[in-house]
Design a protein around this ligand. Sequence first.
Ligand SMILES: NC(=O)c1ccc[n+]([C@@H]2O[C@H](COP(=O)([O-])OP(=O)(O)OC[C@H]3O[C@@H](n4cnc5c(N)ncnc54)[C@H](OP(=O)(O)O)[C@@H]3O)[C@@H](O)[C@H]2O)c1
Length: 249
Amino acid sequence: MQKSGSPFRGSGGKVIIIGATSGIGRELATIYAKKGYFVGITGRRNELLLSLQNKFPKNIVTECFDVTQKENIPHLQTLIQKLDGLDILIYNSGYGDVSKTLDWDIEKRTTDVNVNGFVEIICYAFNYLVNQGYGQIACTSSIASTRGNSMAPAYSASKAFESIYMEGLYYKAKKLKKNIVITDIQPGFVDTGLAKGNGKFWIATPQKAAMQMYQAIKKKRKRAYITKRWWIIATLLKWMPDFLYKKIG
Ligand SMILES: NC(=O)c1ccc[n+]([C@@H]2O[C@H](COP(=O)([O-])OP(=O)(O)OC[C@H]3O[C@@H](n4cnc5c(N)ncnc54)[C@H](OP(=O)(O)O)[C@@H]3O)[C@@H](O)[C@H]2O)c1
């Protein structure tokens, strides 16, 4: 693996994608590798990490770990060492399920991945980039962050946590006067194993979602809706009065 020797843009940049074994993250890793970036990918399913590395042996390194366990930072440090640096970190790991009867196992697993794992990894990455003086952090939150949802309360709340946390880091980076870009990615429906339930519309392929995500990160957007037209749904949800929202929320 070569050194990028450059700020955090373009071919040769060093990107870590937390949660790249399947779905959006795997497609995003493929895009970065094809474009000549050096990519560190993570997830719990080692065989899927290795199969992607086998496709791009010169561009991809792997680190297999579960973000709900205790070794997140040592794993992240190892991956940064394997890449010999870090320009962009993307927190894409996510879990969610319908919790119709408010199932504690679902609620706990959701917050463990989307809140506790997220904040530990993002906190380390932000401080690493502050110390370095430049870089970018992105997170795959969700349109679900816009309002509370009765069918998946922990999922919508955890995605709101991610989104609001990213906004906090955006202003923190400005106050520190550091060249650190913060990007909050909010997908609508994407056709992956995570998307469950009926009534899905405007559903994007993981390939299309990943390409729009790549472009938003490259353009250093503060927030991006995936696909782009989902900003309409986000705006409608945000301003929908309770008497209407209670029928769908
Ligand atoms: N699909 C949608 O409609 C949609 C909409 C809005 C937002 N999103 C968000 O998009 C992101 C990617 O999801 P996806 O739709 O691509 O689904 P996915 O195919 O299920 O991908 C989820 C990724 O998260 C990783 N992950 C889950 N639990 C983990 C854990 N405990 N430790 C480490 N990694 C873990 C998975 O890796 P392992 O299983 O190998 O650990 C996998 O790589 C998620 O944050 C999700 O909330 C998805």
